[in-house]
Design a protein around this ligand. Structure first.
Ligand code: NAD
Length: 391
């Protein structure tokens, strides 16, 4: 019966330059089968390569922004705090007990979560997805990081005044480019794989010792620094923040490695914290002219001291530093497809046979639920908000 069906709304993303969309047409039949009807804002998927008629062909209704926010569940790529300017325009559209799900970066933008709580929505931060096997299909950070690592290498290859592969020609032998990837999580490993496919010689480094095997399995050489990070990893596999003395020593050792390569791709992050600064301006001064750094941590302050978010910096010794902040959006077609699969898996957990069930005992629900009944319900977010308010 129509009355029993849950309505899912897909607004057009409004963050400047954001081309992704939260659901793509291909997943709609699966949602429909589970009792969900989808209403998509006009042109929501257009920038990602999914025109309105492709949604209609898969059973969606096209509507206004008001229609979409009238849904029982609203799914977004960037929700609440991580669309700080334009996102504010939607806050008055939030309704009590409506579900809003998307990436929210709650530890960095806790004020946005507070606003969602004030409007009594049931807010899910999909970037809080626990790293358990059952949640792998819903892991938005991993799916989006895959595109970041890939695209960072292409940017570097485009900017570098050298070719990546080795060539042996009658005019001489061209040696392969030397690429160094710092941070071997999802984005870093994809960067290693992509640079290898392009024929570069690749080195990788991560503060988590377990990453060495991953780097080598992709044909990279694991760089060993004579550093003892001790307990560098938390329970969920993320890196922990390490002391100042550790980072200082790491910067010194890093300077030696970057001096010998053509390209540095940095992806080192610590959840909820500023990115660790690993490449000092002195280290950049020691790099070869023409070298390129692509700093994928630019949005969090950057892994390189000279990075400027979304700017190209060229130093006196002719090193180019790029600090792109939304690389996933530059490959919006696949990034949206993967995100959409993640969101669909999550929706199928929430809705069964047209019935909405929020089981707060479920580890996935518990991990991602950030607001309910007018309150922030996640302790890490409450602490992050206190920190912001104390500043
Ligand atoms: P991330 O984006 O938070 O950080 C990127 C990388 O930077 C991490 O590998 C981290 O160790 C590294 N890093 C942090 N500080 C550093 C420093 N000072 N020097 C060098 N490297 C530094 O991490 P991520 O890509 O989300 O992945 C983190 C881990 O979680 C990885 O082991 C990944 O394989 C694992 N993971 C597990 C699952 C799952 O089990 N479902 C899913 C995705 C990722």
């Amino acid at each position: 019966m129509d009355t029993e069906r849950i309505v899912v709304g897909v607004p057009r993303e409004t963050f400047p330059g954001e081309a992704r969309v939260a659901l793509v047409p291909a997943v709609l039949p699966q949602l429909s089968k589970a009792g969900m009807d989808v209403v998509v804002e006009t042109h929501a998927g257009e920038d990602a390569g999914f025109p309105d008629d492709s949604y209609v062909a898969h059973g969606a209704r096209i509507g206004s922004r008001e229609d979409v926010f009238g849904a029982d569940i609203v799914v977004q790529v960037r929700t609440c705090g991580i669309n700080p300017e334009k996102g504010r325009d939607d806050i008055h559209r939030f309704r009590p007990d409506q579900i809003i799900a998307g990436m929210a970066d709650p530890l960095v933008c806790p004020v946005g979560i507070q606003q969602a709580a004030d409007h009594k929505v049931i807010g899910f931060a999909l970037d809080f997805m626990p790293r358990i096997t059952r949640a792998q299909s819903m892991d938005v950070l991993s799916s989006q990081a895959t595109t970041i690592g890939y695209k960072a290498v292409l940017l570097a290859a485009d900017r570098l005044p050298k070719m990546f592969p080795m060539f042996t020609t009658a005019a001489g032998t061209v040696p392969p480019a030397q690429v160094f990837v710092i941070g071997a999580g999802v984005a870093g490993l994809q960067a290693i794989a992509t640079a290898r496919r392009l024929g570069a010689v690749v080195q990788g480094y991560d503060v988590r010792p377990a990453a060495q095997e991953d780097i080598e399995s992709l044909g990279g050489r694991a760089v060993m620094l004579s550093l003892a990070p001790g307990d560098a990893e938390d329970q969920s596999g993320y890196a922990k923040e390490l002391g100042e003395a550790f980072y200082k020593r790491q910067q010194e050792l890093m300077a030696q490695v970057v001096a010998g390569v053509d390209v540095v791709i940095t992806t080192a992050l610590i959840p909820g914290k500023k990115a660790p600064m690993l490449i000092t301006k002195e280290a950049v001064a020691g790099m070869q002219p023409g070298s390129v750094i692509v700093d994928c941590a630019a949005e969090r302050g950057g892994n390189c001291e000279l990075t400027r978010a979304n700017k190209r910096v060229v130093t006196e010794n002719h090193v180019t530093i790029l600090g792109p902040t939304n690389l996933a959006s530059t490959v919006a077609y696949e990034a949206s497809q993967m995100y959409s699969k993640n969101v669909t898996a999550f929706l199928l957990l929430l809705v069964k046979d047209g019935q909405l069930l929020i089981d707060e005992e479920d580890e996935i629900i518990k991990g991602t639920l950030v607001t309910r009944n007018g309150d922030i319900v996640n302790n890490r977010v409450i602490d992050a908000l206190k920190e912001v308010q104390d500043d």
